[in-house]
Design a protein around this ligand. Structure first.
Ligand code: PRT
Ligand code: ZN
Length: 296
């Protein structure tokens, strides 16, 4: 296929989202070879190339039409989206199952915090001024935003701000800097994002195909196929115990009138506790299998 008919997906080159993003694309069936400059990976079995870039550049690459799809933190997407005048804002297609973190307000330990009103008139250091400004104005709070590109957590100690608004995952960076998380501004994770839809129908089709494969990969990661024997009398109870399954298949068992076989796809993980409850309800021969692929 000619180069122009190929689609491009931008992912982080190195950092917290890089490995998971590439692994997700591999699971979608994309085999690629890494170019010598390591900025682009050419898809070998699909007309899809992968651009390896800084995460901060992904929203503008989408807005400018350089790539059709991207994987980026929701925090970066919301902060950077549509920065340039007249550019199409990238659309979020769905949440992925990695890159979880919180954009939170944190205060020096021991500071009294009585809700958002406590932020009025304060100096807040952050690398996310737009998200923070929107959040404050939605709550009618006026505060001074001190924009820093990094090392936000040391701003209060240096006297540059009274408190901070920064990304938190385990909380250990805050603890090490004697800061306390007191309010949530944004619950973030990696998201699949699209730029303007390609006019060319073949390319648009590949965008759709990739999006639907990502969806399929995410579904199967948590899904399990469960098979068991159930007493007919306990069928309703057993059906209710199957986590996230819509319509289990119920089949007769040869030579057994009082029992049936139940097969179901559970869209959630099946824990030991569930199996124990199933057994208590009368289920036997319970098998739980991983799901390899799924297409809705
Ligand atoms: O080079 P490039 O610009 O591409 O990468 P980057 O350094 O800007 O980003 P990177 O790789 O650090 O993060 C990429 C994305 O991962 C972020 O935009 C978030 O969406 C997501 N993410 C998830 C996080 C964290 N968890 C996280 N903990 N991004 C940053 N952090 C930082 C946070 O800023 C703080 O300094 O980790 C520290 C806090 O971590 P804990 O575990 O101590 O709470
Ligand atoms: Zn970055």
């Amino acid at each position: 296929m000619e180069r122009e008919q190929r689609i491009k997906i931008a992912v982080q080159k190195s950092g917290r989202l890089a490995d998971n993003s590439l692994e997700l694309l591999k699971r979608c069936g994309l085999n690629y070879s890494r170019g010598t400059d390591q900025l682009i990976c050419f898809g070998e079995n699909m007309p899809v190339d992968v651009l390896l870039v800084r995460d901060d550049d992904i929203p503008s690459l989408l807005a400018e039409g350089v790539c059709e799809l991207g994987i980026v933190g929701l925090n970066v997407l919301l902060e950077k989206a549509a920065e340039g005048p007249g550019l199409t804002e990238p659309t979020e297609l769905g949440s992925l199952d990695f890159g979880h973190c919180r954009l939170s307000i944190a205060v020096p330990r021991g500071t009294t915090y009585r809700g958002t009103e406590s932020l009025a008139g304060k100096r807040i250091a952050t690398s996310y001024p737009r998200i923070l400004a929107t959040w404050l104005s939605e709550r009618g709070i006026e505060a001074e935003i001190v924009v820093l590109s990094g090392a936000v957590e040391i701003a209060p100690r240096l006297g540059r701000a009274d408190l901070i608004c920064d990304l938190v995952s385990t909380g250990s960076t805050l603890a090490a800097n004697d800061l306390e998380e007191v309010d949530l501004v944004l619950d973030s994770r990696a998201v699949l994002v699209a730029g303007e839809r390609p006019a060319d129908s073949l390319r648009a089709e590949w965008v759709d195909r990739l999006v639907s494969r990502v969806d399929g990969v995410l579904r199967v990661r948590e899904s399990k196929y469960i098979m068991l024997h159930a007493p007919r009398a306990a069928l309703d109870e057993i059906r209710d115990l199957l986590p996230g399954s819509e319509a289990p298949t119920v089949m007769p068992l040869d030579g057994m009138d009082d029992k049936v076989a139940v097969h179901a796809v559970c869209q959630e993980n099946v824990f030991w506790e569930t199996l124990e409850s199933l057994k208590r309800a009368g289920a036997s021969s319970v098998l739980v299998l991983p799901v390899e692929k799924m297409l809705a």
